[in-house]
Design a binder for this molecule. Sequence first.
Ligand SMILES: Cc1cc2nc3c(=O)[nH]c(=O)nc-3n(C[C@H](O)[C@H](O)[C@H](O)COP(=O)(O)O)c2cc1C
Length: 236
Amino acid sequence: MTATGMPTTEHPPHDTAACIDGVLRARRSVRAYRPDPVPLDTVRDILHAASSAPSNSNTQPWRVHVLLGERKQALSRAVAAAFEDGSLPASTHFPDPLPAVFGERQAEFARRYYDGLGIARDDAPARARQTLRNFHFFDAPVGLVFTIDARLTRHSWLDLGLFVQSVMLAARARGLDTCPQVSFARFHPVIAERLALSADELVACGMSLGIADHEAPVNQVSTPRQSLDAFVRVHD
Ligand SMILES: Cc1cc2nc3c(=O)[nH]c(=O)nc-3n(C[C@H](O)[C@H](O)[C@H](O)COP(=O)(O)O)c2cc1C
């Protein structure tokens, strides 16, 4: 910032691209964590950095609930219980039917994920046990719950997505790991009650935050991307 409070337009240092690309490539969804705590100041620092994310007309539609210690455990127990008793409608994260191209990628992810864990395709109880790990934030020391004002539309959800990715990158840049978790959205009623959400606050997703356990098989799962030519069309 300048003395007038206006942002500067300085060129970034020459190695910034390598640095940012390195953080982008080093981020991955981590589903097993070491027990090491993450100081609250570090979490606040990450969220502060991420709050520079852009948003439509600078509306900044994100809210974040930081869960630590017994408060995190209590929310996890409540959500896990709701998952196990199956009283809430099943989640609909995708349209039904899911267009084939996405269905194939989803199936490929599931194959890599469950193969990596040694869980057979038809072993529904083992799959459910793994899904349950979500609600314990995969034993990460920090749980985050992201909410958005329910009156906003998909354009503002785009803003929220940019903020969520910014949190993950700011965490990775500090040597921390994350897993974004839409699986929490289904449990909005349970979370709303436990966290005393305001009437307009809707749970968008959760996130685990901590230090990766690099030995855990679940963290060895690779998720390749399409080639550039498969998703880019240049009009010139
Ligand atoms: C919006 C969003 C929601 C997600 N929800 C979950 C989730 O509930 N549980 C989970 O284990 N992974 C979840 N993921 C992680 C994806 O499976 C993961 O991003 C994808 O397979 C690519 O792998 P990578 O993140 O390791 O690059 C989610 C990712 C995104 C972007």
